[in-house]
Design a protein around this ligand. Structure first.
Ligand code: ZN
Length: 241
């Protein structure tokens, strides 16, 4: 079974369409949240994910769209984009977001936006990764939220290894080890590589592959300008931060 794992699409339909073009018809799709926020196509992104995803969990921007959760702590550009998002999201798409949960568990993996239990915690170092491993018994934990593609591996001896996946790469899953895999962001990468990111988990081959890919950034920037969204949201796509 192959599962495509996408996160932090952030209303970037041009990048999401590029991912979909790389998928096989029989690939399952898992979404780690933050479908909306920042970008110019929230309805299109929600509709695509709704139609295709096997499982989707809530991100903090999705919850903000529903009920203003955390909006006071958003930076000004994020807040302005969220107000715009709320003004254009259809009632049907909002209701679908409101129907989602914070986690999705299968025997071999767990989906959460930021971290197990503390769903919107940012995992940025080994101590945070250690807390995440302790909070669940899932062999593989898929996360997004930081928009940084990377992997933490908990070895049988209790040690934790870390590797960036800024240029993509394949993780070979070994028996007895556990994995915390950040698939990076489809819609707004922040690990200094403007190429977008998604994961592909092959449960038969026991691999997770992170693919970095080009998408039409200029087209998204034009749409951000047309929607009168903050210019900083367009500029950051080009530098990947
Ligand atoms: Zn995000």
């Amino acid at each position: 079974m192959r599962y495509a794992v996408v996160s932090d699409v952030h209303s970037n339909i041009d990048s999401l369409d590029t991912v979909f073009a790389m998928l096989r018809d029989d690939d399952a799709l898992l979404c780690l949240g933050d479908i909306v926020g920042y970008g110019p196509n929230p309805n299109e992104c929600v509709e695509k994910i709704r139609a295709r995803a096997t499982a989707t969990v809530l991100g903090n921007h999705d919850v903000a769209a529903i009920d203003n959760f955390g909006l006071a702590y958003f930076n000004p550009a994020a807040r302005e984009a969220m107000k715009w998002t709320q003004s254009v999201l259809s009632a049907e798409n909002l209701a679908w977001l409101d129907s989602l949960g914070y986690e999705f568990r299968m025997p071999d993996f767990l989906l959460v936006h930021g971290a197990p239990v503390n769903y919107f915690e940012y995992i940025l170092d080994k101590p945070a990764a250690a807390r995440a491993f302790a909070a669940t018994d899932a062999p593989i934990i898929f996360i997004g939220h930081t928009h940084i593609a990377e992997v933490y591996t908990l070895r049988p001896d209790g040690s934790i290894e870390h590797a960036h996946l800024q240029q993509g790469g394949e993780v070979q899953l070994e028996e007895g080890s556990r994995y915390l895999i950040n698939v990076g962001s489809v819609g707004q990468p922040r690990d200094l590589n403007p190429r977008a990111s998604f994961g592909l988990y092959d449960s038969t081959a026991r691999t997770v592959t992170i693919t970095r890919f080009d998408y039409p950034i200029a087209r998204v920037q034009e749409k951000i300008a047309s929607a009168h969204l903050p210019d900083a949201l367009a500029r950051r796509l080009l530098v990947g931060r």
